[in-house]
Design a protein. Structure first.
Length: 255
């Protein structure tokens, strides 16, 4: 199975600031287990701005576009270094692929990215990691996040990679029955309609960027190309390893 796993910035945040290195090591162990079982794993990861903030000893997230882009430029290599350190004990190296929203509109860049990804996966010892190119993508900063904390980017990557499954890890158990995140876990979604979106707060909800709404929008995009989606809690024990099971954890979005 070829699986794309999206890890959001909230999961990468350590309590004392910077990146959650311990959690990254736990994910790395699970990724290695999937690879040993014959699965192909592609990551889509946020976290560059947070890593940059730590390097600059900033306690509060910058609000201006230049400052945020500067943090991303400083933090991106640190993010990749952290992933590399987490995966190295299992014999894997990481490959960085940065995209902007307009890259996906270029037929030549799209085809070249797919060819590069195919080669990286053939190397067997490599874990490709996608992120938005925050240093260049002014749309993300101007609109808070052009890809919804990389949710929509993960769907585009799943389509580009012709993935068998997209796994969106978040800090919630999955889609809950109440828009405030309470109620019961909705285990299966076959159609993303108005009723489903209402559980995520609706199309105009405050704070929906990077929230459950953008995850459902990403799921709808992936489903339109026949790719099932898992939305699950990234802190759950062995969640990545379990994500390829016939009945995965969290919310299973598939026709």
């Amino acid at each position: 199975m070829r699986v794309v796993i999206k890890i959001g910035s909230s999961l990468l945040a350590a309590e004392k600031g910077g990146l959650a290195h311990g959690q990254m090591r736990r994910w790395a162990k699970q990724i290695a287990a999937l690879r040993r079982a014959g699965h192909e794993v592609i990551l889509v990861s946020s976290g560059a701005i947070r890593a940059g903030m730590q390097a600059l000893a900033l306690r509060q997230r910058p609000t201006s576009r230049p400052e945020m882009q500067a943090c991303a430029t400083i933090g991106q290599p640190l993010l990749m270094k952290a992933y590399g350190a987490a995966l190295a004990p299992y014999g894997f190296v990481v490959a960085q692929i940065l995209l902007t929203s307009w890259d996906l509109d270029s037929r030549r860049i799209y085809a070249n990215t797919r060819a590069t990804l195919h080669t990286l996966l053939q190397l067997k010892k490599c874990v490709p990691i996608f992120n938005e190119n925050d240093a260049l993508s002014f749309e993300e900063i101007a609109l808070l996040n052009a890809f919804g904390d990389n949710d929509r980017l993960s769907a585009h990557v799943a389509i580009l990679a012709r993935a068998d499954r997209l796994v969106i890890l978040t800090d919630a158990p999955g889609l809950m029955s109440q828009p405030d995140g309470t109620g019961h876990l909705i285990r299966r979604v076959k159609k993303i309609d108005a009723a489903t979106l209402a559980c995520a707060g609706g199309a105009g909800s405050v704070g929906s960027v990077g929230g459950m709404l953008s995850k459902l929008e990403a799921a709808r995009l992936a489903m339109s190309r026949g790719i099932p989606v898992v939305i699950a809690d990234g802190r759950e024990t062995d969640v990545i390893r379990k994500s390829v099971l016939r009945v995965p954890p969290g919310t299973w979005v598939a026709k």
